[in-house]
Design a protein around this ligand. Structure first.
Ligand code: ZN
Ligand code: ZN
Length: 212
């Protein structure tokens, strides 16, 4: 098992992860630690670059991999947060990194545990940012509900309703014409992604980031 560190809130759905803005420190060892981070071994590759939760940088610099030294696991872009935004990391990791241990490649299927990272960041979290994220979650839910209702109305107008009942268990709505589902239960409605298009903007606003 690897200890995951430096993983930040990605969407309004993972509010357990901290925002980097909450972890800023006055720490002279960050540059040395950032250099250590850059030398990690690749453990996981992703499609597309990560993006900085502080300045919005989404260039190659932010990386598209997770790196490891065999004990800890971090996103490749983490060093940017230390160098450019003075984001701190747990003392256990800093001591480990500055001791320059030999890197070992963990098993391919080794998984990361974020417990230590979440526990370490919890007391450092900002109530102001937490409140802003909670408000953004409420607003996201409200906008998603409106978008969903509009889609149901549009589906009804487009197809019309049949005499049959929707086959979704427990649903008493009438199915759309030529379909077995009502406007609420069409397969396309099960992916709520389409109704969450505002979520990213709302997160950036909560973190007071420039909208890109
Ligand atoms: Zn940045
Ligand atoms: Zn239904």
């Amino acid at each position: 098992m690897l200890h995951g560190i430096g993983f930040f809130i990605e969407s309004l759905r993972d509010p357990n992860l901290p925002a980097p803005q909450e972890l800023v420190v006055d720490e002279s060892r960050l540059h040395a630690v950032a250099n250590y981070l850059d030398h990690g071994l690749i453990h996981e590759r992703y499609r597309g670059h990560s993006w900085c939760r502080v300045c919005g940088n989404n260039s190659e610099l932010m990386g598209s991999t997770d790196l490891t030294d065999g004990v800890w696991l971090w996103p490749a872009g983490l060093s940017h947060y230390l160098r450019c935004h003075s984001v701190g990391l747990p003392e256990d990791f800093i001591i480990h990194a500055l001791a320059k241990p030999t890197f070992t490649q963990p098993a391919r299927d080794a998984v990361a545990d974020f417990g230590l990272w979440i526990e370490w960041s919890r007391p450092r979290r900002s109530q102001t940012i937490r409140d802003a994220i909670s408000l953004a979650q409420l607003e996201d839910g409200r906008l998603a509900a409106i978008a969903r209702t509009e889609r149901v109305t549009a589906n009804r107008a487009k197809f019309g309703q049949s005499e049959a009942t929707c086959i979704r268990a427990g649903c008493e709505e009438r199915a759309l014409k030529g379909m077995v589902f009502c406007g609420n239960h069409l397969p396309e409605m099960s992916s709520d992604f389409a109704f969450r298009s505002q979520a990213h903007r709302l997160l950036l606003e909560a973190l007071q980031m420039p909208i890109q």
